[in-house]
Ligand binder design. Structure first.
Ligand code: NAD
Ligand SMILES: O=C(O)C(=O)C[C@@H](O)[C@H](O)[C@H](O)COP(=O)(O)O
Ligand code: ZN
Length: 366
């Protein structure tokens, strides 16, 4: 087992990472000193695969655990679903010591975390992420949210989990497309903070794509370490945390413009990172060679670099729904080099539109 600590004073917590780590759920939960009654929230796919055995294991350890599954996918991340979960929590008579456990991908983590943050003004929250994206990113750092039809994650909070428990075994059943989507956020960490890690990804691409447990453990561990390091400096995103949003300004616009149904989150972020890199190059912040290195690794991990279904003007309007917009100016996360980014709110409209034109064309792959 590997342990990464997130140091946030009273809100500090551990991320436990390991093959078969979920077998230890009962003893980890006992250490948290929460009530015996708890609610495990999952989706129908993950619930069928792992939910029943997780609940049985908790029950064996003396917990009164109940499983509730919502339908799969981004369309469950909304206020109606949150309401359904509040109703479940009230019916079960959960009190302020009763924990909510998110067992699933980022959709389940964000939705359950939002419910945990708001039900009774906050109950203990535990993340057991099962997708690669959730293991490397969404389970750590406390951003919880639901979507509004007009934009991504527009209703949410910062609410840290009490523990993150990552079982690498879960990834054995993850479909390839979902593996690639998680890799987009992993590539993000290399781009924003760690050139050596970026090189590791490129040197070990086959082991990663083959889901070798040692390679997966390493990318999960290093990603969590980088995320913890950023979040510890700026929990509520008033400065450096914005770098974790590299690729997201355009990525979230693509997700909203396509009604959350063509590209999943990581794919949209992949296209967004390529767009942000193009902007950086047009502003002479980074070389064309750097942009090409990014494009190469995205394609190597089967990720898209263009969204031909989207229109430049629609995307441009949607950029202004980004949470980093202040005084009608977008804060862009731009690239200096692999492993180094900067925040910039002075990008001319014509440069943004040039990059949007590049990422909405259909023959970009060559
Ligand atoms: N809070 C944050 O910091 C943060 C960070 C990144 C992304 N996100 C959010 O996370 C969401 C995307 O998360 P995601 O990519 O995990 O999507 P997801 O939760 O929809 O999971 C993707 C699919 O994989 C399935 N799945 C998950 N684990 C599985 C497993 N072990 N075996 C088989 N199938 C499995 C799910 O059932 C689902 O169908 C987006 O809403 C995004 O905005 C949040
Ligand atoms: O943790 C963060 O901070 C991030 O930005 C991580 C992102 O990968 C994630 O997609 C996050 O949900 C985006 O947040 P938002 O504030 O742009 O909605
Ligand atoms: Zn993301």
């Amino acid at each position: 087992m590997v342990n990464v600590k997130v140091n946030l004073e009273k809100r500090s917590y551990n991320i436990h990472i390991g093959v078969s780590a979920s077998n230890l759920i009962g003893s980890f939960m006992r250490n948290l000193k929460v009530s015996k009654k708890l609610l495990v929230i999952s989706d129908t796919i993950v619930g069928d695969l792992y939910g029943i055995q997780m609940v049985e294991s908790l029950v064996k350890d003396g917990f009164a655990a109940e499983l509730y599954c919502v339908s799969c996918g981004e369309h469950s991340k909304n206020l109606d679903m949150a309401m359904e979960l509040y109703t479940k929590a009230i019916t079960l008579e959960l009190d302020r010591n009763c924990a909510i456990i998110a067992l699933g991908g980022g959709v389940i983590g964000d939705l359950s975390g939002f419910v945990a943050a708001t039900y009774l003004r906050g109950v203990p929250f535990i993340q057991i992420p099962t997708s690669l994206l959730a293991q490397v990113d969404s389970s750590v750092g406390g951003k919880v949210a639901v979507n509004h039809p007009m934009g991504k994650n527009l209703i949410g909070a910062f609410y840290q989990p009490r523990m993150v428990l990552i079982d690498i075994d879960f990834l054995s059943t993850l479909p390839n497309r979902e593996l690639y989507t998680g890799l987009a956020e992993v590539i993000k960490y290399g781009m924003i903070a760690d050139k050596k890690f970026f090189t590791y990804l490129s040197d070990h691409s086959q082991q990663i794509l083959d889901k070798r447990p040692d390679a997966l453990t390493e990318i999960v561990r290093r990603s969590c370490e980088i995320k913890a390091w950023v979040v510890e400096q700026d929990e509520c995103e008033s400065s450096i945390r914005a770098i974790l949003n590299f690729g997201h300004t355009i990525g979230h616009a693509i997700e909203a413009d396509t009604n959350f149904s063509i590209y999943n989150h990581g794919e949209a972020v992949a296209i967004g990172m390529y767009g942000a890199a193009m902007i950086s190059h047009h502003l002479n912040m980074c070389s064309k060679a750097t942009v090409d290195i990014l494009k190469h690794i995205l394609l190597q991990f089967n990720l898209p670099v263009s969204a031909p279904e989207c229109g430049i003007d629609d995307l441009f309007k949607l950029l202004y729904r980004d949470k980093k917009v202040l005084d009608n100016k977008i804060t862009w996360v731009l690239l200096n080099d692999i492993g180094e980014v900067n925040l910039c709110n002075q990008v001319p409209e014509n440069i943004v539109k040039l990059a949007l034109a590049e990422i909405t064309q259909s023959n970009i792959l060559s």
